[in-house]
Design a protein around this ligand. Structure first.
Ligand code: G6P
Length: 369
């Protein structure tokens, strides 16, 4: 009822708006900014394995798999350890190569997803070490894991995952930073800088909410859509996938996430005046490239909604609509950039009168094959 929803109409919006505090809870007691350091007992226990490990395999499904993709980019960048990200459902059936000493990171909100459970069980039998990144305390995956780091996002009721995703990405950044510092693959200066930026995330998420009415207006404008493309590069490519997934789940609008540079190999054929392209175009080394991708869409009369860094005047002159994100280091930006995409799907789903907390045909946790 209304009480559990904390006065909100739906769990989904309650959970989206909770993110400043759930991210804060995820960092609490782990991230120290005075003299920057990271405490994660789950990593300390297997420190040797993380320092000598030849590769990391990330296993997950759905939104958790998208968090895994963000982690692949971040762990490889900071720790110089090769990372593979696999759908648990594929991994479990395809006789994958797993070596003793491989580190498996299992990401799951519920800790009860059947495919993920079986996949880690098999990897464990082959001698892999399992680290769980789980939200539900004491869940099956938490119990099966050799070690782990909880996301501490609190119960997530809305079927579409929101706060659990930002919790997963936050945990995985903490893990990457800690391992990188121990391995010496990051300078202390860069480590300190990223720790301080990470601590600032909860306030910056709160800042995004100032635009909620604006995002709602954009949602009304696009609620009639049939198709949408979500495009991003680098750390924001997985965010494009996640944005597209949220739109499909909540508003039943067909959406595809793509690496922005790859659109010319297919999706660009879809562009006309009825197609919306949502670009994640915050300031990072790909910024100029993303601007040319936006121009390619505009030249074909497509509509463009761009997620941009605060104060960006360049893209606001080209895109049909923009949503601003506070400036933050590109490595941490995915946590902020996903927030307006969650809100956009929520407001479109509500505008269309759908049951956003319980989308048709979907389950919160898929405990059968
Ligand atoms: C279902 C849910 C998704 C979730 C996925 C994986 O499809 O609807 O929101 O991302 O399962 O669930 P897990 O609990 O393992 O993260």
């Amino acid at each position: 009822g209304a009480i559990e929803k904390g006065g909100y109409d739906h769990f989904m919006i309650k959970e989206i708006l909770e993110q400043p505090s759930t991210i804060f809870d995820c960092l609490r007691g782990r991230l120290e900014t005075q003299n920057p350091s990271i405490q994660l007992s789950g990593i300390d226990k297997y420190k040797e394995q993380f320092l000598t490990g030849q590769r990391i395999i990330i296993l997950a499904c759905g939104t958790s798999w998208h968090a895994g993709l963000v982690a692949e980019y971040i762990i490889e960048e900071l720790c110089r350890i090769p990372v593979e990200v696999e759908y648990a459902s594929e991994f479990r059936y395809r006789n994958p190569v797993v070596h003793s000493g491989d580190i498996i990171v299992a990401i799951s909100q519920s800790g009860e997803t059947a495919d993920t459970i079986v996949a880690i069980d098999q990897a464990k039998k082959n001698g892999a070490i399992i680290m769980g990144v789980v939200n539900a305390v004491g869940s099956t995956i938490a119990r099966l894991s050799d070690t782990g780091v909880y996301t501490h996002s609190g119960p997530e009721i809305g079927v579409a995952s929101t706060k659990a995703f930002t919790g997963q990405v936050t945990v995985l950044i903490l893990v990457a930073l800690k391992v990188a510092l121990e391995k010496g693959t990051i300078t202390k200066e860069r480590f300190n800088q990223l720790c301080i930026e990470l601590a600032g995330v909860p306030d910056k998420v709160q800042e995004i909410f100032v635009q909620n009415d604006h995002i709602n207006k954009i949602a009304q404008k696009y609620s009639h859509l049939k198709d949408a493309l979500y495009l991003g590069r680098g750390y924001n490519f997985p965010i494009a996938l996640e944005g597209a997934l949220k739109l499909k789940e909540i508003s039943y609008i067909h959406a595809e996430g793509y690496p922005a540079a790859e659109m010319k190999h297919g999706p660009i054929a879809l562009v006309d005046e009825s197609l919306l392209s949502v670009f994640i175009a915050t300031k990072d080394p790909y910024y100029e490239k993303i601007i040319s991708n936006i121009q390619e869409i505009k030249a074909r009369k497509g509509m463009v909604l761009a997620i941009v860094s605060k104060g960006d005047t360049m893209i606001s002159g080209i895109a049909d609509d923009i949503i601003e994100i506070p400036e933050i280091d590109e490595l941490i930006a995915p946590i902020l950039n996903v927030i307006p995409l969650q809100l956009l799907s929520y407001y479109i789903g509500v505008a269309k009168g759908f049951d956003v907390d319980k989308p048709r045909n979907l389950a919160k946790s898929v405990t059968v094959e």
